[in-house]
Design a protein around this ligand. Structure first.
Ligand SMILES: Nc1ncnc2c1ncn2[C@@H]1O[C@H](COP(=O)(O)OP(=O)(O)OP(=O)(O)O)[C@@H](O)[C@H]1O
Ligand SMILES: [Mg+2]
Length: 253
């Protein structure tokens, strides 16, 4: 299973991605968490100690530029499993984290931008033979899902919050995802506090034909854990947010 989590800035993509990974892993799945954000912070949500030094940093050197007739294309130099062995990082509950969002610019190599590196690496992961469940935490754009990558994603979830601009943005993400050829796009509503908010989300999503996979409540424990720099999974097992993600994960496949 390969899923991508998208949405506007700050809606909760990383919190939700990381929690999905840990809940899946606790059910016995081998999970690969891919952090595609240029400001990577999935590691804390996954439960990696915030003082752990970052893993070996990826560099743009990992990509080569290949002549292709009159033009050229980019390609990752090594097989994906070698990338994972070199740059992957162990996280609790049998999750492996691969941070791809912030490659170091090498002086040599492909001379390509970091966007190209991220896009190619995500493509390499999704098209590899690796059987792990993959969860991609995207940055707040769908730039990385281009290059035909989208067809390897089983589902994309667009995270939204209960206010109008967020709902509208989720609609745009869903349209873009469909244009990119992603077969299934659904919403994850996050930080929902009241029945009124729930209804407004339901109404809007119905109007734009966007199924809602789960309603995740606003949860003070999430912000409290975030303030301490620890994973919600290590803060309060019985948290409302985790319960919602558990029911979401139970409905996957
Ligand atoms: N269900 C929730 N209840 C309360 N707070 C939440 C919930 N989900 C996320 N948050 C809080 O919202 C803030 C943004 O969350 P997060 O970093 O996961 O969003 P993001 O979409 O990944 O942001 P960015 O676009 O910057 O990558 C954090 O402070 C997080 O603790
Ligand atoms: Mg994030």
């Amino acid at each position: 299973m390969k899923i991508a989590i998208a949405g506007k800035g700050g809606v909760g993509k990383t919190t939700i991605s990381g929690t999905i990974c840990r809940v899946l892993a606790r059910k016995g799945e081998k999970v690969l968490a891919i952090d595609g954000d240029p400001n990577p912070n999935l590691s804390v949500v996954l439960g990696i100690d915030k003082d752990t030094p970052p893993q070996v940093s990826l560099s743009t050197d990992i990509i080569e530029r290949i002549e292709d007739g009159d033009s050229w294309k980019f390609q990752v130099k090594m097989p994906f499993d070698e990338i994972l062995n070199t740059y992957g990082q162990d996280a609790p509950d049998n999750v492996t984290l691969l941070i791809v969002g912030k490659p170091d610019q090498a002086g040599t190599g492909c001379m390509c931008g970091s966007h190209t590196v991220v896009r190619e690496l995500i493509h390499s992961a999704l098209t590899s033979e690796n059987k792990a469940a993959m969860v991609v935490d995207t940055e707040a754009s769908l730039e990385h899902m281009k290059r035909g990558t989208s067809k390897y994603v089983d589902k994309m979830y667009t995270v939204l919050e209960p206010y109008y601009r967020s709902l509208e943005a989720a609609g745009r993400f869903a349209d873009m995802a469909r244009e990119l050829g992603i077969k299934q796009v659904e919403a994850i509503a996050n930080k929902v506090r009241t029945e009124e908010e729930k209804q407004a989300i339901e109404e809007y999503c119905k109007k734009i034909n966007l199924p809602i996979a789960v309603m995740v409540p606003y949860d003070e424990n999430v912000t409290a854990a975030d303030l301490k720099g620890i994973s919600i999974m290590d803060y309060d097992q019985d948290s409302k947010m985790i319960k919602a993600i558990e029911s979401f994960v139970a409905g996957l496949n």
